[in-house]
Design a protein around this ligand. Sequence first.
Ligand SMILES: N[C@@H](CC(=O)c1ccccc1NC=O)C(=O)O
Length: 208
Amino acid sequence: MGTWIDISQRLDDKVAVWPGDTPFSYKVNWSKEESGSVNVGQINMSIHTGTHIDAPFHFDDDGKRVIDLDLDLYMGNARVIHLPNKTSIGVDELANIDLQDVTRLLIRTDAWKDRSVFPQTIPHIQPELAAYLSEHGVRLIGLDLPSVDPLDSKELSAHHELADHGIHILEGLVLDGIEPGNYELAALPLPLVEADGSPVRAVLKKSP
Ligand SMILES: N[C@@H](CC(=O)c1ccccc1NC=O)C(=O)O
């Protein structure tokens, strides 16, 4: 039996946050001393901190919220591919990769080196890749980066094109040292009814 590999960022006050967004905090809000029985914690964080999924409502006021998302997207077979040293990722970068039977595609770029600092630039997904991926049956794209678009993008063309082609987004993975190949993935969002995304605990297990 293979073991599950944690591909999630740790959540503590060292985790990098989108510039200007809510810092991560955890505190014991009601201590054992006060309550007489238990420590009761409270977290305060942006949904877009650490390893998380984006719901379409993040970039589309009429888009689906987390509770509306199909859980099958976030559990099942996944392919990890390694594309280091790219400025962007499009059809050309994937030309040599066989995507047959790939529903969940995780791209290891290695571009976010120090995860305690928010990156200055990242390789972005070319919006044209969305149609290509959907033709091959991909329904989920995951990256070791905080966004699929350039960090200064306001149009978020890749987010929109992916959503328009039924492809969902998983961001902020930790894929350091993960060999390309076939895995089982679990990265379930919380049952947040109104939210634009959710933190996830993402794990991989090598497929036989
Ligand atoms: N769209 C980006 C996130 C994003 O744009 C963002 C996330 C948190 C706080 C601010 C953000 N964007 C613009 O100010 C993404 O989820 O890939």
